[in-house]
Design a protein around this ligand. Structure first.
Ligand SMILES: *Cc1c(COP(=O)(O)O)cnc(C)c1O
Length: 346
């Protein structure tokens, strides 16, 4: 890895971060808070939230098998993705390299930050080819974006190819593991100690069932997390979200049960989908959705919309011609989908 100081934008490296009233006072014994111009009425909403979400990180750390100092929490993973650009990439100068097809936010954040985005196509099994990815990097490449299990394809990227990227690239490697809870692969989050240039993303939006909370996680070295904390908005995760996440983490078995049920259901839905006369291919998946190639994806999609059933039409995405991406719902919802599809006539 290049020295961190060479990777970070000079203005960020030299940044004197905003210091909030809550940052400056860290003692436990105080009971009168007249330091932040808050209203003394309307508890608990009157108080600013903990800017570093320390209690939540303390509870989360053993669950995720990292230290609290290796955790960044943000307003969705999308905040962490944006911070990769704002911390490392000089607008109009630096670039990032990413697999394609993949999650759309990497490119949107690159465009917003005026950073050149270089997509490298996966092979026709939706697999990463490390050599081709590395060949697209140059001395101005600050970060590489991988997503495993990948969205919209659903498959996990091959571990040996990911390792070749980690070994072969001297900048930041982001691995988005938003769907890792649905997969049996060992998460790279547990290997932070081996890779100082690694940033792993997780989210409360999928397996934890909390997309409405807007709570995303990034795991990385203490040094990288400190940079994220310096650049983020001071109170980026609100009190309601922090509290609700703590409640949820008290019952991790709920999440395990949801995931187990969704995986069973995924198996059943994929098998039934493959039997549809217009289905050409159901692709293997490690996520809570699957990608399927059908004859006439637009017609199937429009038919479902007319019935009030919404799936994701990915047919205009490279390598995904005539493909629909289907999220696994409740058994009732999946039944409605399959029932409707069995009635479909071209
Ligand atoms: C859904 C998803 C996310 C989650 O984003 P949030 O902002 O945390 O809701 C992140 N990455 C990928 C690849 C996703 O599909």
């Amino acid at each position: 890895m290049r020295p961190l100081q060479e990777l970070v934008r000079p203005n960020v490296w030299n940044l004197q971060p905003y210091s909030s009233a809550r940052d400056e006072y860290k003692g436990m014994e105080a009971s009168v808070f007249l330091d932040a111009n808050e209203n003394p009425y309307n508890a608990p909403f009157n108080r600013y939230p903990d800017p570093l979400q320390e209690e939540l990180k303390r509870v989360l750390a053993p669950i995720k098998r990292v230290s609290p100092e290796q955790i960044f929490l943000g307003n969705g993973s999308d905040e962490a993705i944006d911070l990769v650009f704002r911390v490392f990439c000089r607008p109009g100068v630096d670039n990032v390299v990413a697999i394609a097809p993949t999650y759309g936010m990497y490119k949107v954040c690159a465009d917003v930050n005026d950073v050149d985005y270089r997509p490298v196509l996966l092979d026709d099994a939706f697999q990463l080819q490390a050599d081709r990815l590395l060949a697209a990097t140059d001395e101005r490449t600050k970060a590489v974006f991988l997503c495993s299990p990948n969205n919209p394809t659903g498959n996990s990227l091959r571990r040996d190819e990911i390792l070749r990227v980690l070994r072969g690239f001297d900048g930041i490697v982001v691995i988005d593991e938003a769907y890792a809870d649905f997969s049996c692969e060992q998460p790279f989050r547990e290997e932070l100690a081996s890779w100082p240039n690694l940033i792993v993303l997780n989210t409360f939006s999928k397996a934890w069932g909390c997309a409405a909370l807007r709570l995303g996680m990034a795991f990385a070295s203490e040094e990288i997390i400190a940079l994220f904390n310096k650049v983020k908005y001071p109170y980026n995760v609100n009190t309601l979200t922090q509290r609700q996440a703590l409640e949820l983490l008290k019952k991790p078995y709920t999440m395990d049960k949801w995931v187990a049920d969704l995986k069973t259901e995924r198996f059943n839905v994929m098998r039934s989908f493959a039997d549809l006369p217009f289905c050409e291919r159901v692709f293997p998946t490690d996520a809570n959705f699957f990608l399927a190639r059908v004859k006439g994806a637009d017609a199937v999609y429009d038919y479902l919309v007319r019935l009030g059933i919404i799936v994701r039409n990915r047919s205009r995405v490279e390598l995904c011609g005539d493909c629909l991406r289907i999220t696994i719902g409740t058994p009732q919802e999946n039944c409605k989908l399959l029932g409707a599809l069995r009635q479909f006539r071209n």
